[in-house]
Write a protein that binds this ligand. Structure first.
Ligand code: DQA
Length: 143
């Protein structure tokens, strides 16, 4: 039961990036916590972070080849701009959960629209980095 966690642009800076919005936890901390949880839940976990839209599209396409059963994605700013990432999910037909650390709906209006949400299984927003672990537990319940 293979699960892929994808983080998009600027999420490599977690911990130092706008800590009042995104908190003090680093991406390495998040990935370590998720790896431990995945082991506990009996899941195989792959993680990828990129600042490049095409690399994220490639990772989603590769997920099908690799037999990934579910994706958890924080697409960062590409949430609000990327038809290409949405099309990649539609093409591979792998279910996914969209995660946002901040409550995008309580922020600027341009963050209120997501190209991905209409085809996501569900969306977690505003629960901090804990949202990733909650998403992983949900995914486990679906597999
Ligand atoms: C984010 C919210 C996005 O609007 C923003 O561009 C990010 C992070 C979040 O996790 O809250 O990079 O996806």
């Amino acid at each position: 039961m293979r699960v892929l966690v994808i983080n998009g642009p600027n999420l490599n800076l977690l911990g130092t990036r706008e800590p009042s919005v995104y908190g003090a936890t680093t991406l390495a901390d998040v990935e370590k916590q998720l790896r431990e949880l995945a082991t506990e839940l009996g899941l195989e976990l792959d993680v990828v972070q990129s600042n490049h839209e095409g690399v994220l599209v490639d990772a989603i396409q590769q997920a099908r080849t690799d037999g990934v059963r579910y994706v958890i994605i924080n697409p960062g700013a590409y949430t609000h701009t990327s038809v290409a990432i949405r099309d990649a999910f539609a093409a591979v037909d792998i279910p996914f959960v969209e995660v946002h650390i901040s409550n995008v709906h309580a922020r600027e209006e341009f963050r209120h629209h997501s190209y991905l949400s209409p085809i996501a299984t569900g969306v977690i927003a505003g629960l901090g980095t804990e949202g990733y672990a909650l998403a992983l537990r949900f995914v486990r319940s679906q597999l």
